[in-house]
Design a protein around this ligand. Structure first.
Ligand SMILES: NC(=O)c1ccc[n+]([C@@H]2O[C@H](COP(=O)([O-])OP(=O)(O)OC[C@H]3O[C@@H](n4cnc5c(N)ncnc54)[C@H](OP(=O)(O)O)[C@@H]3O)[C@@H](O)[C@H]2O)c1
Length: 253
């Protein structure tokens, strides 16, 4: 039995992943953006296996995210799943940081840096990482015109770069990125082509599987290794991204 943290597990793919892992007998810790969302989870009419342990932090708040990273404790596996989609307008959080970048990139970076190193790390990306732009000079759309879907795609490229950088820097940890496919969720929308089981299965396999699942620095969709955006493997880009994250968060990897 592994102890596994799934971020953003109050809804969508994260909730399904957490439930599937519980069903397999693992000790799963959930994560919610607020106590209210955590309480809603505990009262879920669909019935989780017992009352789950839930960590609470709004990933749009640096201090809450750092506090979760410092206090979360040790896990065998961490699945960085929480995320937001393309935002219609450029919005800054209370930390003065563009929201998509903070929630989708800085939060998994902070947790990776502050939590004890697990055996396996999984970062949720998207097929849109392939059109992500590696622009270290304007990570937060301060000088470019706002384009919500482009900012989302960029953030998902950054997630792959983070997964690959960790794989390079921490060879003892298995660190991979997963595109769940287009899944019917709050984020994916009602026209998405696939349902939650397909969206969760690759993370469950990478988190708990043997054999082909024991790899690092790879990008998967439906358990198949695919080529990622070449920028994600560019060591200079990885290092620049890590440096920018460190400057913005006060936390180094
Ligand atoms: N669905 C797709 O088609 C698709 C495709 C490619 C990649 N992905 C990726 O898959 C992951 C999960 O997406 P999903 O479709 O399952 O989305 P979702 O249904 O909207 O769920 C997102 C989860 O993240 C949490 N979250 C959002 N903002 C947060 C914040 N500020 N602080 C803490 N938690 C926060 C949400 O909490 P609440 O429940 O409180 O909102 C929820 O638990 C994301 O990383 C996404 O980029 C999804």
């Amino acid at each position: 039995m592994a102890r596994i943290l799934v971020t953003g597990s109050t809804d969508g793919i994260g909730l399904k992943t957490a439930r599937d892992l519980q069903e397999l007998g693992h000790d799963v810790v959930f994560h919610a953006r607020s106590q209210e969302r955590a309480n809603a989870l505990e009262g879920s009419p669909e019935g989780l296996a017992g009352k789950p342990e839930v960590l609470v932090a709004d990933f749009g708040d640096l201090e809450q995210t750092r506090a979760m990273g410092r206090s979360a404790g040790a896990f065998d596996v961490v699945i960085h799943n929480a995320g937001i989609g393309g935002q219609p307008e450029r919005v800054e959080t209370g930390d003065g940081i563009e929201r998509t970048f903070q929630v989708n990139v800085l939060a998994p970076y902070i947790l990776t840096a502050l939590m004890p190193r697990p055996q396996r790390l999984i970062y949720l990306t998207s097929g849109l990482e392939s059109v992500g732009v590696a622009n270290l000079g304007d990570l937060q759309y301060q000088s470019r015109l706002w384009h919500g879907m482009q900012a989302y795609s960029d953030s998902k490229l950054h997630d792959v770069a983070l997964a690959f950088a960790v794989a390079r820097l921490w060879p003892e940890v298995l660190s991979n990125a997963v595109d769940p496919g287009w899944i019917r969720t709050k984020l994916g929308g009602p026209n998405a082509t696939d349902d939650l089981p397909e969206g969760a299965e690759t993370q469950v396999w990478l988190a708990t599987g043997d054999g082909d699942a024991l790899v690092t620095g790879k990008y998967f969709k439906r358990r198949q290794e695919l080529p990622a955006n070449p920028a994600a493997s560019d060591v200079q880009f990885q290092d620049g991204l890590l440096q920018a994250c460190a400057q913005l968060t006060g936390v180094s990897l």
